[in-house]
Design a protein around this ligand. Structure first.
Ligand code: GLU
Length: 307
């Protein structure tokens, strides 16, 4: 790992940029996705770069081919064309498994059989128990202790995930860890990463050899992504991504976290609150220009009626 300082991390940005839009095909795209896709696309086109499309179907239980087909269709409707072939994460599990093996060989991850319910029970009664940025309690270390003590921890008939040994991983860092953040503008600032806020996070799921966190850093590196343009909801996860990049000796892209699109009640749009999908808006006669206007990307068309 190379030592880094705030001076050598932040510059003026890479040229030509390579960006990606990386939706998960577990529902239909809504306005928040449209904003992210359009920001990526317009950034690439403005700077003579490449815009890649990645299908993040690592959650195989929730991914559906019809949602993937709808992503292609919605992007085409918005006037967005991607460069090169689509990368589908489920085609690359072996890449993620190799990364996990590298971490395992250095004692940076450990197998864990605990269920969410068991973790909840373990931390119950500890009102001050630390939680990660998504609100989940930090893993109490049950399996880490067993593995490090060399106990014959019985995992035979239980699904096993892989967790990062966060304290050990942080102890290996040789300099300040952070990233270059541009937000929605052209000025960059160095943001210090705080991976410890995630505790011993899962980096290998029980059902597949990988996780969102491992897959995203491997894919960004293998696809040569220079600028990660994504919503502020993933800002905190960037701390963990930067740690994994350092541990796996992967390059650090620039990050450009953008605002989240809210509905009229000020709620972040999401499938779970039933936000209207792009295809529903389209079926009501809304045009791509009106979508752009609602998102503040052009100002000439009335966005009336769009939420
Ligand atoms: N697949 C994630 C999502 O749909 C995006 C991940 C990323 O951009 O890093 O929210």
């Amino acid at each position: 790992m190379q030592p880094r300082s705030s001076q050598d991390v932040c510059g003026t940005g890479a040229w030509p940029p390579v960006v990606r839009f990386a939706p998960s095909p577990n529902g239909y795209l809504h306005l928040g996705h449209a904003y992210s896709a359009l920001r990526n696309y317009e950034f690439a086109r403005r700077h003579g770069g490449r815009f890649l499309l990645r299908i993040e179907d690592i959650d195989i239980g929730r991914a559906r081919p019809e949602f993937e087909a709808a992503i292609f269709d919605d992007l085409a409707w918005l006037g967005i064309e991607w460069d090169g072939p689509v990368r589908r994460q489920s085609d690359y599990f072996s890449d993620y498994a190799i990364a996990l093996e590298k971490l395992a060989a250095r004692g940076l991850i450990y197998p864990c059989v605990c269920t969410r319910a068991e973790i909840q029970i373990a931390v119950r009664g500890h009102s001050q128990w630390q939680r990660d940025p998504d609100g989940s309690p930090h893993y109490p270390g049950t399996c880490r202790g067993a593995v490090h003590a060399g106990l014959a921890y019985t995992m035979a008939d239980r699904p096993v995930s892989q967790r990062i040994d966060m304290s050990y991983a942080i102890s290996l860092l040789q300099g300040p860890l952070g990233w270059c953040e541009f937000g929605e503008g052209n000025e960059s600032r160095f943001v210090s990463a705080e991976p410890s806020s995630w505790g011993d996070a899962v980096v290998g799921r029980k059902d597949v050899p990988g996780s969102y966190h491992i897959a995203v850093v491997i894919d960004d590196a293998l696809q040569g992504v220079t600028d990660v343009i994504r919503g502020m909801d993933l800002f905190e996860a960037t701390s963990l991504h930067r740690l994994l990049q350092e541990l796996l000796d992967l390059p650090a892209p620039n990050y450009r976290h953008h605002k989240l699109i809210e509905d009229e009640a000020g709620r972040k749009l999401s499938k779970s609150i039933g936000s209207m999908s792009l295809r529903e808006l389209r079926s009501q006669g809304v045009t791509p220009e009106q979508i752009r206007a609602r998102l503040g990307l052009i100002e000439t068309v009335s966005p009336a009626g769009l939420v």
